[in-house]
Design a binder for this molecule. Structure first.
Ligand code: TXA
Ligand code: MG
Length: 343
């Protein structure tokens, strides 16, 4: 697996690799993506195999700014054009009805397609070089299924370096947004209105300001989104999220029991086994979150404790990712303390 700094020759080589059906990891402003030619079902299948991802999970198709939406989607509502004008290139994915010519491999057999134009110079150069700017690059986040998304080229190498499944990693530095794109479903506007499938930096309110309708929370019939599985974005070390005061109590008890705590926090905290302090603002916290989870995962701690951020609107995306990272670790702090007591 080659890692290439941003230069025209590397972009060109990456575009040719994609055209030849190979997998190329590339930077976006949200997280790094694991890309394949969206119109080549075998290449898309290789993404699923590399990630260990179930076949029925749809992937987002990334487009150059000039790519015509109506090649990829049909029955496109005016709201989609308005949102593309307002937010593309940028961290917004729209779910639209899939055009009949687009293979269903990218949509996990659903009759919709997820489209996004990323705001990253390397991604845009790649999308413009690939098939003369007319293609689409299917790309989920470049991590193994269920694991923390990568925000550095190095993270991608950590995920796939050993297995030879990825032909090239384009290095575009740290992803500036740090959490995945907002996903809004516009495929069932008449019956359900717009639906927010995944929160991200672009808020429901920002979307409402463009289309005069606030996206609703997902209903039971909403299109399936794998990033919305309860357990996702998880490090190997168990994660618990706690409010400031509870966290202080837990720290004291865990230290007393001889447990190693890795801490991700925003306010003053006592010294512990390992700790990272993140900015106490949603954009700064999101930017640093995944790298922090990876770093704390590597500390040999018994648990990663995260100081719960505020619940307000702009913190929605961060809280969503943290809740999923912590899912499955319910009761971990008590478990560690009780296990210690029995020794
Ligand atoms: O920021 C992002 O969106 C990043 C970068 C690489 O662009 N990509 C990303 O992809 O997060 P992934 O596969 O990890 O998450 C894509 C989400 C999944 O939850 C998937 O189920 C949903 O988008 N999705 C894609 N196409 C869909 C469709 N047709 N219907 C419903 N959900 C869809
Ligand atoms: Mg993902």
């Amino acid at each position: 697996m080659d890692t290439q700094q941003f230069d025209p020759a590397a972009i060109d080589a990456a575009a040719r690799a994609l055209e030849a059906g190979q997998l190329v990891a590339f930077p976006t402003e949200t997280v790094y993506g694991l890309g394949a030619d969206a119109e080549n079902p075998a290449a898309v299948a290789a993404i699923y195999a590399a990630k260990g991802r179930p076949q029925d999970h749809p992937v987002i198709v990334h487009l150059a700014p000039e790519a015509p939406l109506d090649y990829w989607a049909c029955d496109i509502p005016p709201q989609a054009h308005a949102l593309a004008d307002a937010f593309w290139p940028g961290p917004l994915t729209m779910i639209l009805k899939r055009a009949p010519n687009i293979p269903d491999a990218v949509s996990g057999g659903q009759d919709t397609v997820g489209l996004r134009c990323p705001a990253h110079p390397v991604a845009l150069a790649l999308l413009r070089a690939f098939k003369g700017g007319k293609g689409g690059v299917a790309a989920p986040s470049a991590n193994k299924f269920g694991h923390v998304s990568p925000t550095l080229a190095e993270h991608v190498r950590d995920e796939f370096g050993a297995d030879g499944s990825v032909a090239m990693v384009l290095d575009g530095g740290p992803s500036q947004v740090g959490i995945e794109s907002t996903i809004v479903d516009l495929s069932r506007l008449e019956s359900h209105g717009p639906v927010l499938l995944r929160p991200g930096q672009i808020s429901a309110e920002a979307i409402a300001a463009v289309i005069d309708q606030l996206p609703a929370a997902p209903d039971a019939a909403a299109p399936r989104a794998s990033g919305t599985l309860e357990s996702h974005y998880a490090p190997h070390t168990p994660v618990a999220m706690q409010e400031h005061a509870t966290l202080l109590d837990s720290l004291a008890a865990l230290h007393g029991a001889g447990r190693k705590v890795a801490l991700i926090h925003m306010s003053d905290m006592p010294a512990t086994h390992a700790a990272l302090r993140l900015p106490a603002a949603p954009d700064g916290f999101a930017y640093a979150l995944y790298a922090a989870l990876r770093a704390m995962d590597g500390q040999g701690a018994d648990v990663i404790l995260v100081e719960a951020p505020p619940q307000g609107g702009d913190w929605l995306g961060v809280n969503d990712r943290l809740r999923r990272a912590a899912h499955g670790s319910t009761g971990i702090v008590h478990g560690l303390l009780n296990a210690q007591a029995k020794v």
